[in-house]
Design a protein around this ligand. Structure first.
Ligand code: GLU
Ligand code: ZN
Length: 297
């Protein structure tokens, strides 16, 4: 049997520097690809200019390199892909899978977040309106086998409804861009934080609508603060400490329960990464969706 070439990826948003949680996630996806002899791509998800911090993209790339997490090929910037997203939306409109929605936030809030498909049959134009993807009648439950978590299934109709693929302010949604680009980059394996587990069924549905191949998914725990919140740029302004890359990697490996030996942290980052590739064992990963970040991060 010819083995399919593995292509993994890390897709940070440049809303701040890498923090411990994003490093652990990058490391897990890197190791997952490399133990299978695959490629590891980096895609910058710079689709939301108001939330972008100036210089963050370059800073993240420098941080990855400093941790010897070297990507294959060129970094793909989503800000360069707007024409491709627009084209995909046109094609979805052509087959009546996408439509415009004029509902304001107040109305959606009143519906408690689950959209009632109000505008589906109104045939509105795109001016100042959002674009939604219609859920086909015959499809409701989307299921997949997560490599780390096991079987996952979600009823799109009762949890998300027809969802937004382009916002009224003209920004393309994360769900649309991530799906188009995973296919464009021929990604076969998505390893990312468990906070995105809920988004995966929407992405699989989009893949089905667009005739894309489905990558396999593996969600790793996310690092949380002592009160259970996701480590983020919002609650943790400090990025990873520079100059402590070897130690950062070892703490991340330990957090991923890979049992790195003590002496590893005195080695250069490249040697830590080769140890990690040789010793990576996905069965040792914590099985919880969230794991407290280590002290000091
Ligand atoms: N850009 C997203 C984030 O920073 C991750 C997207 C993904 O891995 O699918 O949370
Ligand atoms: Zn509407």
């Amino acid at each position: 049997m010819v083995q399919e070439k593995i292509i993994g990826r890390f897709a940070p948003s440049p809303s701040g520097p890498l923090h411990f949680g994003s490093l652990a996630c990058a490391l897990a996806s890197y190791l997952d690809a490399k133990v299978r002899g695959g490629q590891w791509l980096v895609r910058m998800e710079d689709l939301d200019p108001p939330r972008e911090i100036k210089g963050a993209s370059q800073h993240i790339l420098n941080q990855l390199e400093a941790h010897s997490l070297c990507w294959d090929g060129q970094v793909l910037f989503q800000s360069q892909r707007l024409d491709a997203y627009a084209e995909v939306i046109s094609s979805l409109k052509e087959v009546q899978l996408a439509y415009h929605c004029q509902c304001n936030r107040k109305r959606i809030t009143e519906l408690s977040g689950l959209y009632d498909n109000h505008c589906r049959t109104l045939d509105l134009d795109g001016q100042n309106n959002a674009t939604r993807l219609a859920l086909l009648h015959q499809i409701d439950i989307i299921s997949f086998d997560d490599e780390f978590i096991g079987h996952v299934s979600q009823s799109l109709r009762s949890t998300v409804g027809d969802f937004i693929i382009k916002r009224r302010d003209g920004l393309f949604s994360y769900q649309l861009a991530v799906t188009v680009d995973d296919a464009f980059q021929a990604v076969t394996r998505v390893v990312r934080g468990s906070d995105l587990l809920n988004s995966t069924p929407r992405q699989i549905y989009l893949q089905q609508c667009l005739g894309y191949k489905q990558p396999s998914y593996a969600h790793v725990p996310i690092a949380v603060t002592s009160d259970g919140q996701k480590l983020s740029k919002q609650n943790l302004a400090t990025g990873l400490p520079a100059g402590h890359e070897s130690s950062n990697l070892c703490v991340a490996l330990d957090w991923l329960q890979q049992s790195p030996p003590h002496k590893l942290s005195s080695l250069p980052t490249a040697e830590i990464i080769s140890w990690a590739i040789q010793n990576w064992d996905q069965n040792k990963l914590p099985t919880n969706l969230t794991v407290p970040a280590p002290k000091g991060f």
